[in-house]
Structures are given as structure tokens and as C-alpha cells.
Write a protein that binds this ligand. Structure first.
Ligand SMILES: N[C@@H](CCC(=O)N[C@@H](CS)C(=O)NCC(=O)O)C(=O)O
Length: 200
């Protein structure tokens, strides 16, 4: 669905969480987790080539004009993929998350977005940062299958998606990090991954 420019956002016919994203954007990370949660949502594809994300209608949702962003039925909205993952995890948690668990999930999400991503995808950082980041991650993943409490969580969505973007976007040899490669394989085997990031 495309966002109509100049026209106020339409009221939803079937109220449900809306996720705004572009064709190839980090909205896929949020999509992956929404599929894991198996909750109904509406994906609103912005035509980023036509700069729909910079039009007033979307700037009312994210004033910085970046995706992903989500909008709840009552109009409440949130942007930044990591913040959205955390919100969804808390909202749909079967039992309330402890302060320590929330902090650890945040730690890994911020690590993914502020340390791992820039360390690998910013070319000027790669040579210096990638070996130390992936060597440590490899050691951690030799000991455990998932990042927090050894069970699948948004920490794995955040870190796993960044790792799985590597073969899609860069030609890098990850063979020195076999536990990282095994972890990536574990992520790609998940059906929610295959329906979302795995389709790219
Ligand atoms: N740290 C943000 C990054 C958001 C971001 O840069 N999104 C890109 C798409 S992947 C975007 O909207 N770019 C459009 C632009 O900067 O104009 C997040 O994880 O949500």
C-alpha cells in the first residue's frame, strides 16, 4: 500500500498495528519479529524513491523521516527499530520482563545498532572493528545458541538481522567465525525469518 501524498492518513478499516517501511529497509527487522510474535499487522510500504518518507504525512509519525516506524490504533507512534523491538517484546511478553532482562536486551539491541552495524557496514571502520567484534561474538556463540538467557529473543533479531545482512550487502569472508556462521544458519532456519528477511 502506498501513502497518498497531500491527503491525511486514512482511518484504518480494520484497526491493527501499522508498520511503515520501504521496499529494502530496516523495517524488515521489525517485520521478522512481528512474524515471530504471530500478531496481525498492516505493512505500509512507502515509496522511498519518490521520497514519501519525507512528506508531511509520514513526518507526523517520524519527524526525522526514517523507517521503520509503527502506529498503534489510537495513533500513538514509535520509531527506531531497536525501540520498536523493545516495545513489542514488553507488550507481548507472557510475564513482565525483569529490570535485568530488559537491560540485557537493550544492551544487545544498542550493540547491534550502534556498535556492530557501524563496525561492519561503515567501510572506514571495518578493518579495525570487524575482527575484534566478530572474534568476541564467535567466542560467546561457542558457549550459547542465543544471546540472552540462551533463548531466542529480540537480542537475536537485532544482532541476527545485522549479521544476515552481511552476505546480502557485502562480500566478506566469515569463515574465521564458525560459531557466528552457525548462529546465522540458526536464524535463517526460523520460519518467521524466511517470511521476511529471508525473502530478500
Ligand atoms: N537507526 C535507525 C535507522 C533508520 C534508517 O536509517 N532507516 C533508513 C532505511 S533502512 C531510512 O529511513 N532512510 C531514509 C533517509 O534517511 O532518508 C533504525 O534502526 O530504525
Amino acid at each position: 500500500m502506498s501513502l497518498h501524498l497531500q491527503i491525511p492518513l486514512p482511518l484504518p478499516l480494520n484497526p491493527m498495528l501499522k508498520l511503515y517501511g520501504g521496499a529494502f529497509s530496516r523495517a524488515t527487522i521489525v517485520k521478522w519479529y512481528l512474524e515471530e510474535l504471530a500478531i496481525a499487522y498492516e505493512f505500509i510500504m512507502l515509496d522511498m524513491q519518490a521520497s514519501e518518507h519525507r512528506q508531511d504525512a509520514f513526518l507526523q509519525i517520524n519527524p526525522f523521516g526514517k523507517v521503520p516506524a509503527i502506529v498503534e490504533d489510537d495513533g500513538w507512534h514509535l520509531w527506531e527499530s531497536g525501540a520498536i523491538l523493545m516495545y513489542l517484546a514488553e507488550k507481548y511478553a507472557k510475564t513482565p520482563l525483569s529490570l535485568a532482562k530488559r537491560a540485557e536486551l537493550n544492551q544487545w539491541i544498542i550493540f547491534a545498532n550502534a556498535t556492530l552495524g557501524p563496525g561492519i557496514f561503515v567501510e572506514a571502520n571495518r578493518e579495525r572493528e570487524m575482527p575484534r567484534l566478530l572474534t568476541t561474538l564467535n567466542s560467546i556463540l561457542e558457549q550459547q545458541s542465543y544471546l540472552v538467557d540462551n533463548e531466542f529473543s529480540i537480542a537475536d533479531v537485532a544482532v541476527g538481522s545485522l549479521l544476515c545482512y552481511i552476505p546480502l550487502m557485502l562480500k566478506l569472508d566469515l569463515s574465521p567465525y564458525p560459531a557466528v556462521l552457525d548462529y546465522m544458519k540458526r536464524m535463517t532456519e526460523r520460519s518467521a525469518f524466511q517470511k521476511t528477511l529471508g525473502k530478500r
